[in-house]
Ligand binder design. Sequence first.
Ligand SMILES: NC(=O)c1ccc[n+]([C@@H]2O[C@H](COP(=O)([O-])OP(=O)(O)OC[C@H]3O[C@@H](n4cnc5c(N)ncnc54)[C@H](O)[C@@H]3O)[C@@H](O)[C@H]2O)c1
Length: 357
Amino acid sequence: MKFLITGGAGFIGSAVIRHIVINTQDEVVNLDKLTYAGNLESLSEVSNCERYAFEQVDICDRAEVDRVLAQHQPDAIMHLAAESHVDRSIDGPADFIETNIVGTYTLLEAARSYFQSLDADRKANFRFHHISTDEVYGDLPHPSKTPNAEEYLFTEQTSYAPSSPYSASKASSDHLVRAWQRTYGLPTLVTNCSNNYGPYHFPEKLIPLVILNALEGKPLPVYGKGEQVRDWLHVEDHARALYQVVTQGRIGETYNIGGHNEKQNLEVVHTICDILQELHPQERSYRDLITFVKDRPGHDMRYAIDASKIQKELGWAPEETFETGIRKTVQWYLENQAWCQRVQDGSYKRERLGATV
Ligand SMILES: NC(=O)c1ccc[n+]([C@@H]2O[C@H](COP(=O)([O-])OP(=O)(O)OC[C@H]3O[C@@H](n4cnc5c(N)ncnc54)[C@H](O)[C@@H]3O)[C@@H](O)[C@H]2O)c1
C-alpha cells in the first residue's frame, strides 16, 4: 500500500512514518509545509529508504496537493497536518483556522476529485483517515469536584464542546470530514486521541519543556494548581493504533484512542523530576524548580478516553504504561539534546505563550 501522510515531519506524523517504513513493506509520501513544528531530522532513520518520499507542500495549496496526488497515486491518505499548540491558538487563532479548517477542506476536495478518478478496485480500497484530538469533546468532571469522576469518559458518542481556538478548529475539521463521507461518499475514518508524549516532541509541550528546563536549571511552569488531568498515550502506541485503523477500520466510523493513564499535570512534573534525579542526579532537587503560573484561559480540567471500541474491534491496546513510557522519554531527551537545540530556531525560547485573555 502507498500512504500519503500530511504533517509527517511533526511529532505524531514522524512516529507514524517511522512505524510504517520500519515495520511494514508499505510506501509513504510525506506532505508537509515544514512550519516551526516540522522537522525532517525526526525522520533521519527512514529518509534514505526507497519506500519514503518527501514533498514540501502546504495543504491549503490546492494545485500542489492535486499535483502530489496525481504524481504519487496513494491508496490512502492519513491527515495529521495541523497547527497543534493550544497556547499558540490563544495568542493567534488565524493560522489554526487557515490550516486546520481551510486546509482540511482543501485536502478533502482534492481527495474527492482524486478518488473519483480511481478505477473501481482502487476506489473500493481507498481511505481518508483524519487524525484528531479528544479536546473536541471539551472537559470531563474532575475528581476534586465530583466524587465518582472516574466513571465519566469520552466515548465516540460524546457531544462536541470544544473550549479553545485549537479544539474548535479541530472540531470543525472533524465535522467537514464526516460531511464529505455522508454527502459525497468519500470513504473516511476519524480518530480522536488523548495527549501524546514520547521522542521528537517539540519542546513547547509540557513534557519536553519540563525535561529541558529542568536540565538547564530553569523554572518548571505549572499552570494553575497543576490539577488538570490528561490521559497520556505514548506516541508509538498511537502510531500503531493509526496504522490499524487506516488498514482495518470500518469506513464512516470514529475510533477513540487513549492510554488508560490519567495523571494530574503536577504528578507528571513530579515524576519527571524524580526520574531526572535518578538518571541525571544533581544536589538540589529538581522539584524545587516547580513554579506555579497563571492558568491558561478556558483550561479544560480533565480528559479521559474510553478506548474500548478500538480494543474490541481492532484488538489494539497500548503497550506502554505511563511509568515505562515516561522513563524511556526522559532517557531519550537526555540522549538527544542536540536535536532539541536544533529544532528550536531563534524565534522560540520556551517562553510562556497563551496567557492573555
Ligand atoms: N500531540 C498530541 O498530543 C495530539 C493528540 C491528539 C491528536 N493530535 C492531532 O494529531 C495531529 C499531529 O499532531 P502533532 O502533535 O504531531 O503536531 P505537530 O505540531 O508536531 O506537527 C504538525 C505538522 O504539520 C505540519 N503542518 C502545519 N501546517 C501545515 C500546512 N498548512 N500544510 C502542511 N503541513 C503543515 C507541520 O510542519 C508539522 O510537521 C494534529 O492534527 C493534532 O491535532 C495531537
